[in-house]
Design a protein around this ligand. Structure first.
Ligand SMILES: Cc1cc2nc3c(=O)[nH]c(=O)nc-3n(C[C@H](O)[C@H](O)[C@H](O)COP(=O)(O)OP(=O)(O)OC[C@H]3O[C@@H](n4cnc5c(N)ncnc54)[C@H](O)[C@@H]3O)c2cc1C
Length: 306
């Protein structure tokens, strides 16, 4: 219930205005978002790299409605990739891209052309791109675009969401050699006919999908903060005899940072998903919806005078 309310608020202009103008918002946002500009993204990448963590950077921007907006997002990624290369950070940092921010909602070909330009710049800089997955109405389109991009840029990564009923089969299709797949639970509100609704069913699906990916020939990227699933991931790595460089864990910036460092100490590869940009509102609200305790933290911050 609370989750639905927060997800609804994530689409409300009025709530966005209120949250954006509250003086304390900046401190709360800073916990989950690197900052608004390229320099912030680079600074946080360096800080995390010093702790042995790899990074995937996401330039925040959703609901792109015009080719101009989509072009601006593409250009931001090109600038970012050049800056990462200039700073010698492409060995530890890649980028995550939302096709919706590149125009997928109004022109799939246009979005694909923008994504292709970003993949080319990433290849030039010596790094990779992962295509984020959004709501289920975009899954087929995103996987089709991924398939075409991988022909020229084989390192391009996919994201699959365990809450979707189709995902176990998608994992089978994407578990071949060289295929980079980030497995997450899924962050959108989805209808019953396409997605498991009970947390336990999502977790069981995650484990089935993880088994398929870990048994396959690709490169699994286990994106979760769930302690049980992390432990099962560690177990499956041993079971399927995967070397420490043959898969990775991924977590979001600001969430379970101690656990991120523990995994690094244990020798695992850990990549932190670092969002940055001025359009942080939708992203922040999805993170709050995931955990009521975050909402309390946020509410306290909004009502404090600090
Ligand atoms: C690297 C990465 C990339 C992602 N990319 C996508 C994507 O492309 N598409 C998509 O739909 N979703 C994406 N997600 C989000 C994902 O689908 C989940 O919504 C999110 O990760 C929460 O699920 P969980 O597996 O951590 O488990 P949960 O059951 O939600 O959480 C397990 C535990 O982790 C901790 N935790 C989880 N979330 C939070 C939080 N917000 N704040 C504080 N503690 C928390 C808590 O201790 C909680 O009990 C991504 C997640 C990660 C880590």
């Amino acid at each position: 219930m609370l989750r639905s309310v927060i997800l609804a608020a994530s689409r409300s202009d009025k709530v966005e205005k209120f949250v954006g103008s509250a003086p304390i918002s900046r401190d709360v946002v800073r916990r989950f978002v690197a900052g608004t500009g390229t320099a912030d993204a680079l600074r946080v990448t360096r800080e995390l790299a010093e702790q042995g963590l790899a990074v995937t950077l996401d330039h925040l921007g959703e609901d792109t409605l015009t080719p101009e907006q989509a072009g601006a997002t593409r250009d931001e990624y090109l600038t970012l990739l050049q800056a990462l290369a200039a700073d010698g950070l492409t060995a530890t940092a890649e980028v995550s891209v939302k096709l919706s921010a590149l125009g997928q909602a109004f022109d799939e070909e246009h979005a694909e052309a923008n994504a292709r330009a970003i993949c080319a710049a990433a290849a030039e800089a010596g790094t990779t791109v992962t295509l984020d997955m959004e709501d289920h109405t975009t899954t087929d389109s995103t996987l089709a675009i991924l398939d075409r991009l991988r022909k020229d840029f084989p390192g391009t990564g996919a994201v699959l969401q365990a809450y979707l009923r189709r995902t176990e089969q998608d994992c089978r299709e994407l578990s071949g050699t060289g295929s980079r797949v980030r497995l997450c639970k899924g962050a959108y509100k989805e209808p019953e006919h396409v997605a498991y609704q009970a947390a336990l069913d999502v977790d069981k699906s995650y484990v089935r999908c993880m088994n398929v990916l870990m048994a396959g020939q690709g490169y699994p990227m286990l994106a979760t903060h769930d302690p049980r699933l992390v432990a099962i991931g560690e177990d499956r790595a041993r079971w399927f005899d995967r070397g420490l460089d043959e898969f990775e864990f991924q977590m979001l910036y600001g969430i379970r940072p101690e656990e991120q460092r523990r995994l690094v100490r244990e020798g695992y590869q850990v990549r932190v998903y670092v969002p940055y940009g001025t359009e942080w509102y939708g992203y922040l609200m999805r993170r709050l919806a995931e955990r009521p305790a975050n909402m309390m933290f946020f509410a306290r911050a909004l009502s404090s005078k600090k």
